[in-house]
Design a protein around this ligand. Sequence first.
Ligand SMILES: [Zn+2]
Length: 84
Amino acid sequence: MWKKRVRIVVERRRRTADGGQRFDGRCPVCACDVPTLTRQEAAAYLQIEVVEVDSLAASGRIHALHTVAGAYRVCKPSLLVGPR
Ligand SMILES: [Zn+2]
């Protein structure tokens, strides 16, 4: 008998005390739920250009998450880890 496998991905949004939006996602590298940032927020956080965020994500130095809607988020804890 033929079985169909369906993968359900749950996204959560949380409001912070200061009224901002916080999006938590499951980082495939950290293997846990983490706070995430947009590419622009990550660039501002690291004080670099957005293209440099893309380069760091492509090299694996920071963790990129993709939502089912196609959005691209950055694992915030990965921004705090130094060179390995
Ligand atoms: Zn991560």
